[in-house]
Design a protein. Structure first.
Length: 166
């Protein structure tokens, strides 16, 4: 598998605007939509950073990346018209698994949600876990190294420890 050489931002931030149809009777984002936001950001991360979408991994390379864990903690509500910035971090890279740390924040930096999501790379035909292909693993390690780290609340290291920016 050959990956394109691209210049990407690290950490990767996926932006979107909250739509009215994504809200509930209280005019705030319906709970399950936060999972959509996280998965959309992860899918965009694959395309932007790894230069191969989840779909093309499946259809062109015979690989699948099913989610084996998905969890979200909520910090503040989101309303229609608000900008949402979803930061995608790599928390752990295993032999066949990849764990993401997702941080959702409003445009002013107010934390909205955070979560962890784990995928396992599997052979699409056999549905058995396989080692992450080396070109992908190498790019993922490069991405991890490029993401800033620090001890301040809200930093990547602080986020991985579970702290949230004030």
């Amino acid at each position: 598998m050959q990956l394109k050489n691209v210049d990407y931002d690290a950490p990767f931030v996926h932006q979107r605007t909250i739509r009215f149809g994504e809200t509930d009777a209280a005019s705030i984002v319906y709970t399950v939509r936060f999972f959509d936001y996280a998965l959309d950001a992860i899918d965009a991360w694959y395309a932007e950073v790894l230069t191969v979408s989840l779909y093309s991994l499946n259809t062109e390379h015979g690989l699948s990346c099913p989610f084996v864990h998905a969890g979200i903690d909520f910090q503040s509500a989101l309303r229609p018209g608000e900008q949402l910035n979803v930061t995608v971090l790599v928390q752990a890279l295993g032999r066949s698994s990849l764990t993401f740390r997702i941080l959702g924040a409003q445009a002013d930096g107010t934390p909205s949600f955070s979560g962890t999501f784990t995928v396992v790379f599997v052979d699409g035909a056999a549905m058995r876990s396989i080692p992450i292909p080396e070109p992908l693993a190498e790019r993922i390690r490069e991405y991890q190294a490029r993401c800033p780290a620090g001890d301040a609340p809200g930093s990547v290291r602080g986020a991985l420890a579970g702290s949230v920016a004030p």
